[in-house]
Design a protein around this ligand. Structure first.
Ligand SMILES: [Fe+2]
Ligand SMILES: [Fe+2]
Length: 354
């Protein structure tokens, strides 16, 4: 029996690793990032882990492919497949880097507002010189890192304006009552206020007159509403995330030393709690309009494992959330919502009166 030569072995391994690095690992990374978006830290950790594994595997495929070519030349053997392995490795570097980037974006969180998603991924506008989102404030103490952190939150709040604007259009398409459409428009105005306050806070610290860049992603194709997807997003992004935002803002309003920061965070805490309550009102209304779809969405969410969290909802003297505070706030918000979800779900299972 002929054993495969070192060239053949290296070529096979290069092809296998090339396949893993080009398709399998980036696909797992991408899927994990999308699937785990309700827990952003997990989405980033798992997605980035598989993305980095894809990068290493692709590099290994290229090295093995090169080694196979070198030994093939010594043996005067063909090396076409080894070149394929190298090309797959090269393309794998690109696809793994892309999935790693997606995982980082999926982990976007920590702002005080409803995320604006496209294809499931949170979107934000970049920043540029723009004083259209600044209001005059007295200078505040703090370093560039702190200013950048408030500005990042401001970008997320700015994206929330688009999230509520789109939601109001969806509600019209779904036939929602005027009171809910009106409350959704008011929430969009709240987010304009939050973004302005936070861009101004950052400006008061580092003196840089920065605001949002044009947000091209805010407009785009709006197809028919997928009620199941809509209900799930409403629960995760609205009921849970905005309730968590309210908790963090409330903790920050208590812990921040600067009065200007405390005042800003107190406004955010009040508004975000109202937005979370609005989201639950939307889910209840949707449950009346499409009971089957909403019941299935609720059942799927109730079947998901609760994330194990050990941190506490705490903020520091700058008003910033400490490590683990967001995960703790989300877990607390999810646990607080659970009885309402169970009750609504059970109500939807009861036979309807004719
Ligand atoms: Fe909000
Ligand atoms: Fe907000």
């Amino acid at each position: 029996m002929n054993l495969p030569s070192p060239t053949v072995k290296r070529t096979r391994l290069a092809l296998l690793l090339g396949f893993l690095g080009l398709l399998v690992l980036p696909l797992i990374s991408f899927s994990a990032a999308i699937k785990l978006q309700s827990t952003p830290s997990q989405a980033t950790a798992v997605g980035l882990g598989f993305g980095l594994a894809g990068l290493l595997t692709s590099l290994a495929a290229m090295v093995l492919g090169a080694m196979a070519i070198a030994s093939a030349r010594r043996e005067s053997a063909p090396f076409g497949l080894a070149i394929v392995g190298i090309v797959m490795g090269l393309l794998g570097l690109g696809s793994s880097a892309f999935s790693s980037f997606v995982s980082l974006i999926a982990g976007l969180g920590g702002g005080h507002g409803r995320p604006f998603r496209r294809e499931g991924l949170a979107q934000i506008a970049g920043t540029a010189r723009n004083d259209g989102w600044l209001t005059p404030r007295e200078a505040l103490a703090g370093d560039d890192t702190l200013a950048d952190a408030w500005r990042r939150d401001a970008q997320l709040e700015h994206a929330s304006v688009a999230a509520f604007s789109r939601l109001s259009l969806e509600l019209l398409a779904m036939g929602a009552p005027a009171a809910l459409v009106s409350a959704t428009h008011r929430a969009a105005l709240d987010e304009v206020d939050h973004a302005t306050r936070l861009f101004s806070l950052a400006h008061a610290i580092d003196g840089r007159a920065l605001g949002p860049q044009p947000f091209a992603a805010a407009v785009g194709p709006l197809g028919p509403v997928d009620w199941a997807r809509w209900a799930r997003d409403c629960i995760i992004d609205g009921c849970i995330d905005e309730a968590a935002s309210a908790m963090i803002a409330e903790a920050a309003a208590r812990s921040a030393e600067a009065p200007a920061v405390r005042d800003t965070l107190a406004v955010l805490a009040r508004d975000e709690a109202r937005h979370a309550a609005l989201s639950w009102s939307l889910v209840e209304w949707a449950a009346g309009a499409r009971p089957e779809v909403v019941r299935e969405a609720l059942e799927a969410m109730l079947a998901e494992a609760e994330p194990a969290v050990s941190g506490a909802v705490r903020c520091d003297a700058d008003g910033r959330a400490v490590e683990g505070a967001w995960a703790a706030a989300r877990a607390e918000a999810r646990a607080a919502l659970r009885p309402s979800m169970v009750a609504l779900c059970e109500g939807l299972r009861l036979p309807r009166a004719a």
